[in-house]
Design a protein around this ligand. Structure first.
Ligand SMILES: O=C(O)CCC(=O)C(=O)O
Length: 270
C-alpha cells in the first residue's frame, strides 16, 4: 500500500447536514464511497488475515452466536500495521463523530464479518445489548470490501428503533429474532434496506438500532469490515450478562466498572 493512501485517510470527509439528520432520526444512514479509493488495496490484506485466523479456529474470547454465522475476526487491526492505518483512519472516525454530533470518538473494536456462500440470515438484534458502556453515542460502520447486492447479505434497519433503547434482554438467537420481529410489527417501524453496494460504501448504525441482514444466496463470500466507535469520555458499566463480562475483558483489558472506557485497545481517533 502506498504511503500517500495513508495520508488521504487522515483527512476528514465532509458529512452534510441532511446525512447527519437522517442518521439521528432513523438510527442509520448510508454514505457512498467512504473508502472507494483505497478498498482495493486493503481488501487482500484483510482477506489474508481472515484466512490465517480461520485456520487457527479461535473465537477470540467472545461468547456469541455470530461465531457460527460468519468467519469473524475481531480487532483485526492488531494483526497488521496497514490494516491498523485503515481501521484507525481519521476519515471514518470523523464521519462517525459528525453523525453522532460529538467531538471525540474512541475505537471499541473492529470485526471482519465474512458471510460464506449459502450463509444464513443474520437475525434481528441490537448491538449495544452486548456492550458494558454508559453512553448511547455508539455507532457501527459496516463496509463491504467487494461489490454486493441484497442477495449476498446486505443489512436491514428498523427506522428510529434506536430511540426506544433496549427492546429485549436476550442475545442473538432464533427466539430473539422472532420476538424482535413481533416488536417491529407492533411498533410499525419502517424497514430500510439500501440495495446494491459498491466496495468501500458504508452504512453507519446506532448501537440500539434494530437490524438484521439477508442470507448470502450467492456463490461467493460476502466480505465486510465493521468498525465500532463510542463517545470519548464514556465509562464502563457493571456487566449485566455473560456477553458483557466477555466484552469487558476482551475490549477493555485491565479495566473495571466505573473506569473511563479508554484501554490501550481504545485509541482516541478524532
Ligand atoms: O453483517 C451482518 O450480517 C451483520 C452485521 C451486524 O449486525 C453489525 O455489524 O452490527
Amino acid at each position: 500500500m502506498k504511503t500517500s493512501m495513508f495520508t488521504h485517510l487522515d483527512h476528514p470527509i465532509a458529512v452534510d447536514v441532511e446525512t447527519v439528520e437522517n442518521y439521528q432520526t432513523r438510527g442509520h444512514v448510508r454514505i457512498e464511497g467512504v473508502a472507494s479509493d483505497i478498498v482495493g488495496e486493503i481488501r487482500p490484506l484483510i482477506t489474508e488475515a481472515v484466512q490465517a485466523q480461520r485456520s487457527r479456529n479461535d473465537t477470540q474470547g467472545r461468547v456469541e452466536e455470530y461465531t457460527s454465522m460468519f468467519t469473524q475476526v475481531t480487532n483485526i487491526w492488531k494483526l497488521s500495521n496497514e490494516i491498523a492505518r485503515f481501521v484507525l483512519a481519521k476519515r471514518f472516525a470523523h464521519a462517525a463523530a459528525a453523525l453522532m454530533g460529538i467531538p471525540g470518538v474512541r475505537l471499541y473494536h473492529d470485526q471482519a464479518l465474512f458471510k460464506p456462500a449459502g450463509g444464513k440470515r443474520t437475525p434481528w438484534h441490537q448491538d449495544q445489548f452486548y456492550w458494558p458502556i454508559d453512553t448511547t453515542n455508539t455507532i457501527t460502520m459496516w463496509m463491504p470490501l467487494v461489490d454486493i447486492s441484497p442477495a449476498m447479505g446486505t443489512m436491514l434497519f428498523a427506522d428510529a428503533s434506536h430511540t426506544d433503547g433496549p427492546l429485549l434482554k436476550e442475545g442473538i438467537s432464533d427466539h430473539a429474532d422472532a420476538t424482535l420481529a413481533q416488536v417491529i410489527e407492533r411498533a410499525k417501524y419502517h424497514i430500510t434496506e439500501y440495495g446494491d453496494f459498491k466496495a468501500g460504501d458504508a452504512t453507519f448504525h446506532s448501537g440500539w438500532t434494530v437490524h438484521s441482514a439477508f442470507p448470502n444466496k450467492s456463490f461467493t463470500v460476502r466480505e465486510v469490515l465493521t468498525v465500532i466507535y463510542y463517545a470519548n469520555g464514556a465509562r464502563i458499566t457493571k456487566p449485566e450478562t455473560e456477553f458483557q463480562v466477555a466484552d469487558m475483558k476482551v475490549f477493555f483489558p485491565g479495566l473495571k466498572p466505573g473506569d473511563l472506557a479508554a484501554s490501550q485497545l481504545n485509541p482516541l481517533l478524532t
